[in-house]
Design a binder for this molecule. Structure first.
Ligand code: PEP
Ligand code: MG
Length: 753
């Protein structure tokens, strides 16, 4: 049974689409267990029903037609209980429901296993037997294991819209859930971006000029053929005749009727060339996947490789700049900072990603730009929404595709409320962030890309509390040299002078890889990141330090911040290098001063060594994004565990108190520069604790300022005291929501006034 399990899992994983995966499952499971019927029902949440999606044993015509109301029958029971049900005679069970259309009345034995992903039941895998039969433990385990494999395939199909296509109900009319990433409401038009040379990510698009698409496709094929010939000649002397024959096989595949005619037919039926190619390659690869011979089965990856090569050429030929329309809602499976930065700011209304979470860097960027965003909207059929109207509710992390008139007018009202709130907040621009009893908590800006033309947050903040230097490194092809870095830092320092600007040394690694500095790590967040890289590569560190020191000459508003510190040794080493760079510059005749130096407290180890760290530096800055991730062992980008990621977890609150206590011993100030600082709810806690300053994205400055100006320090301390009694994040959140509502500011964290 183990061998057939392994085989089936492999075949399911190789299946080009969900329909195939389901077909493989029902056929092979029925055969392996010796049952009379194997079927898969999938939950259609939109219409609250279980729909028969595949069967081996029941009438084929029943597929798609048998729709059982949720909460009824044995299928409903398996789904409700979220556990397998094994009955030797289903007919006698009180929940037994006779289903016509399938010929099911003749069956007695029943085994139903839920298909679960992320605690959500997506469907039910069912085995039936004509006679009475109690399925054995091994058989139950076998079916449960396969059901969990299927869950992955279903989630993937939901993401690329295939499930919606199979359910032929079009795009759901209700909202698609995701995670809130940046507050606000946006109505606009979807512009889908996708990574290059990724066939699976290619969306469907209408071919405006089918003959043009045909021409491009054929030229791309021709270019791949030329590439193959070139490779064959180049490798002739190193390869055996047998290996060289592979090139001939590829040429044959490339020029086969299945590939060429299949794609041309699809183009002429209306899809653009990349979409047509995607479907043809999937169909062609499936033929090989289904073969019993392992050698021939492997050929499916050759077909996919060829598809990728053709797509690469096709994309070069058709690389027209993306057309951003007014009120663009940027949509993608895994958006990058570059893709967001590519959209002219005045056209960008909202951001939607099917992966990630509010604390991933794309979420941070969206908040910094004040653009409503929803992440992890896994059910969004990315391939099918290009050009469609979307509503993004950044408060709740929801998306509506082609909203009906009621939803649309409600969100138009909310957007108008939001605009009114934003203009009300403008009145606070030049006012200090001061509580009603006169306690000041200066608000600083987090930034990474400063545009002089439109310097967001310049007037609303008292300086830059966190300048992330990664972005200027990410948007290039090689490491920038000292001069290039210097002019970049100089611009920021000048723009904000005489106000302080805290420049953080390079914090690459984790979810911020550099395209030209490849790293392959099993656990990037626990790996070579931040200060660990720059101390191992002192040349990178020294170049950056020399650039920031030189950039600050005559301005003297620079502060340096060291990321990802986990030992005092790292601080000592970094200080040594900073002093060395300083002395070198003095020797070279530059009038440079040593700036205040701080460390980020974002690793639990640093929390417990705050006192020793504070003794060595001038200030501490808490990176609550990473601190939360590491304290709670929750990847900040992983949508599966995003529900567990919460900065209001009691452990995070206690860590903050511990940091303050350590810093106090040496009279050092503590700021918070993680996303928690920009959450209006957190203001009560941070002010209550006595955090000295907060640093946040431009979009949050006025919101947080308004909370601080509406509460007293005494009230903040009271709220903190109660919060510290709470045993989980949810209780803290509820408490803070009530406190915010009580001062009439609930509208800052939910839509509407
Ligand atoms: C943090 O971890 O809280 C932080 C501010 O740094 P980043 O988000 O850039 O990792
Ligand atoms: Mg960090």
């Amino acid at each position: 049974m183990l061998e057939s399990l392994r085989r089936i899992v492999q075949q399911v994983n190789n299946a080009p689409d969900l329909e195939q995966a389901l077909r493989i499952i029902v056929e092979r499971v029925k055969q392996a267990v010796g049952a009379d019927v194997c079927s898969v029902y999938l939950n259609d949440f939109e219409h609250r029903r279980h729909v028969l999606h595949a069967t081996d044993g029941l009438r084929a015509t029943a597929v798609g037609r048998v729709r059982l109301e949720m909460g009824r029958g044995l299928i409903g029971l398996v789904s409700e209980r979220a556990e397998p049900i094994n009955l030797d005679d289903a007919v006698n069970h009180p929940r037994y429901q006779r289903i016509t259309d399938t010929g099911e009345e003749q069956y007695h034995g029943f085994l139903g296993a839920p298909i679960i992903q992320n605690r959500k039941v997506l469907g039910v895998l069912v085995l039936r037997q004509r006679e009475k039969r109690h399925f054995g433990d091994d058989e139950v385990t076998f079916v449960v294991t396969l059901a969990s494999q299927l869950a992955g395939a279903i989630t993937f199909a939901r993401t690329n819209g295939e499930l919606a296509r199979l359910q032929d109900d079009g795009i759901p009319q209700r909202f698609l859930p995701g995670l809130p990433a940046s507050p606000g409401v946006a109505l606009g038009t979807a512009v889908v971006v996708y990574p290059p040379a990724d066939l699976n990510a290619v969306p469907d698009r209408r071919a405006e000029n089918p003959e043009g698409e045909v021409h491009d496709f054929l030229s791309a094929v021709e270019q791949v053929a030329e590439d193959l010939d070139r490779f064959a000649v180049r490798t002739q002397s190193h390869l055996s005749a047998e290996d060289l024959a592979l090139f001939d096989a590829w040429r044959l595949m490339l020029e086969s009727d299945t590939l060429i005619d299949g794609t041309l037919t699809r183009i002429r039926s209306g899809n653009w060339a990349p979409g047509a190619l995607r479907d043809t390659i999937a169909e062609h690869a499936k033929v090989f996947d289904d073969m019993d011979d392992p050698y021939l089965r492997e050929r499916s990856s050759d077909v996919r490789d060829l598809g990728r090569c053709i797509l690469t050429h096709l994309q070069k030929l058709t690389a027209a700049p993306i057309q951003y329309v007014p009120n663009t809602i940027l949509v993608g499976e895994e958006l990058s900072a570059m893709q967001i930065a590519d959209v002219p700011r005045e056209l960008l209304a909202g951001i939607v990603s099917t992966t990630g979470s509010g604390s991933s860097h794309v979420g941070i960027l969206a908040r910094g730009m004040g653009v409503p965003a929803a992440m992890a909207v896994a059910d969004l059929p990315v391939g099918r929404v290009e050009g469609r109207e979307l509503v993004v509710d950044g408060y709740r992390g929801r998306v509506y595709v082609a909203p009906g008139p009621t939803v649309k007018s409600e969100y138009q009202r909310l957007a108008a409320d939001d605009a009114a709130l934003t203009s009300e907040l403008q009145a606070l621009r030049h006012l200090p962030a001061e509580t009603t009893d006169g306690y000041q908590v200066p608000l600083y800006l987090n930034t990474g890309l400063v545009s002089e033309a439109r310097p967001l947050g310049l007037e609303e903040s008292v300086g830059v509390g966190l300048y992330r230097t990664e972005l200027p490194f990410i948007v290039r092809d090689t490491f920038p040299g000292e001069a290039a870095q210097m002019s970049n830092y100089r611009r920021v320092l000048e723009l904000f002078a005489p106000r302080p600007v805290t420049i953080r040394t390079l914090d690459i690694g984790g979810d911020k890889p550099l395209p030209y500095f490849p790293m392959q790590e099993a656990n990037p967040f626990l790996g070579w990141r931040g200060i660990r890289i720059t101390l191992d590569q002192p040349d990178i560190f020294l170049t950056q330090i020399r650039a920031v020191l030189r950039a600050s000459i005559g301005l003297d508003n620079l502060q340096i911040l060291l990321p990802m510190i986990s030992t005092v040794g790292e601080v000592d080493e970094a200080l040594l290098l900073i002093h060395r760079a300083h002395e070198e510059l003095l020797e070279e005749g530059y009038q440079v001063h040593l700036p205040p130096i701080g460390v980020m407290i974002e690793v639990p180890a640093a929390v417990y060594q705050c006192e020793a760290l504070a003794r060595r530096v001038d200030f501490l800055s808490v990176g609550t994004n990473d601190l939360t991730q590491y304290l709670l062992a929750v990847d900040r980008n992983n949508a599966h565990v995003a529900k567990l990621y919460d900065e209001f977890h009691p452990a995070v609150l206690r860590a903050l108190l511990q940091i303050l206590a350590g810093a106090r011993v040496h009279g050092r100030e503590v700021s918070v520069c993680g996303e928690m600082a920009g959450d209006p709810l957190a203001a009560f806690l941070l002010v209550g604790m006595g955090i000295h300053s907060l640093s946040m994205g431009a979009g949050s400055l006025l919101r947080v300022k308004q909370v601080i100006r509406s509460i007293s320090r005494t009230r903040a301390r009271e709220v903190l005291k109660v919060a510290l009694q709470c045993e989980d994040a949810l209780a803290v959140r509820r408490l803070l929501l009530d406190a915010l509502e009580a001062v009439g500011l609930g509208g800052l964290v939910r839509p509407g006034k």
